[in-house]
Write a protein that binds this ligand. Structure first.
Ligand SMILES: O=P(O)(O)OP(=O)(O)OP(=O)(O)OC[C@H]1O[C@@H](n2cnc3c(O)ncnc32)[C@H](O)[C@@H]1O
Ligand SMILES: [Mg+2]
Length: 198
């Protein structure tokens, strides 16, 4: 069993840091890689797993600490799984609002029954930069893409993601509710089990 009191989170996304820290509780202090460097590594992998490992190794190398990375995104059935690993870059780096506007536009003539999608989260934990055995945990969250944005909570694509089990958008869930059922929550559940944290 591994025991971490301090981990660096290999992410520049404040929304992820908030959610992951809330899920981990007080026993583990997540330090942002932003404390050590403002340079974001290029996400050159072809899968969530590859990008998560790449980000974790980079953060561990820079900080000298064990590192946790989260590579996540939205896979839309009608688009064959796009934007997938390119979710953050879907509108060429113009940010969340532009990503959401582009997705709504691309799907504007697609009927409800064909708007299925899943959020994907892969967490990778490395003990050191060259760790040959990263811990990998995946979580999926099934839903549907709305035809207009709704809700103010969360980040990224949350306002467009309909959550069938709650009958609201992901951005209409309270943060604590999202953290119980999201793709990230599912991946974190597995990670906690692997680390013997529960
Ligand atoms: O790579 P880091 O620095 O961690 O930050 P990032 O925001 O670039 O993160 P990713 O490369 O993993 O891209 C994730 C994309 O998927 C979106 N996303 C991931 N989880 C989400 C969630 O819980 N709710 C809404 N959107 C989410 C997010 O907004 C990004 O557009
Ligand atoms: Mg990224």
């Amino acid at each position: 069993m591994m025991n971490f009191t301090q981990l660096v989170l290999a992410s520049h996304n404040a929304g992820k840091l908030k959610e992951l820290q809330a899920m981990l509780g007080e026993s583990v202090h997540l330090r942002s890689i932003g404390e050590f460097s403002s340079v974001e590594p290029e996400e050159t992998g072809l899968s969530f797993v590859e990008n998560a490992i790449l980000k974790a190794r980079n953060a561990s190398r820079i900080s000298g600490l064990p590192a946790l990375a989260d590579d996540s995104g939205l896979a839309v059935d009608f688009l064959g799984g796009a934007p997938g690993i390119y979710s953050a870059r879907y509108a060429d780096g113009k940010g969340d609002a532009a990503n959401n506007a582009k997705l709504l536009d691309v799907l504007k003539d697609v009927p409800e029954a064909e708007r299925g999608a899943q959020f994907v989260c892969v967490l990778a934990l490395v003990r050191h930069a060259d760790d040959p055995l990263p811990i990998l945990c995946e979580g999926l969250w099934h839903g549907r893409i709305l035809t207009q944005a709704s809700g103010e909570h969360g980040f990224g694509y949350d306002p467009l993601f309909w959550v069938p089990e709650r009958e609201c958008s992901s951005a209409e869930l309270s943060p604590s509710d999202k953290n119980l059922i999201s793709h990230r929550a599912r991946a974190m559940d597995l990670l906690r089990q692997r680390l013997g944290l529960k």
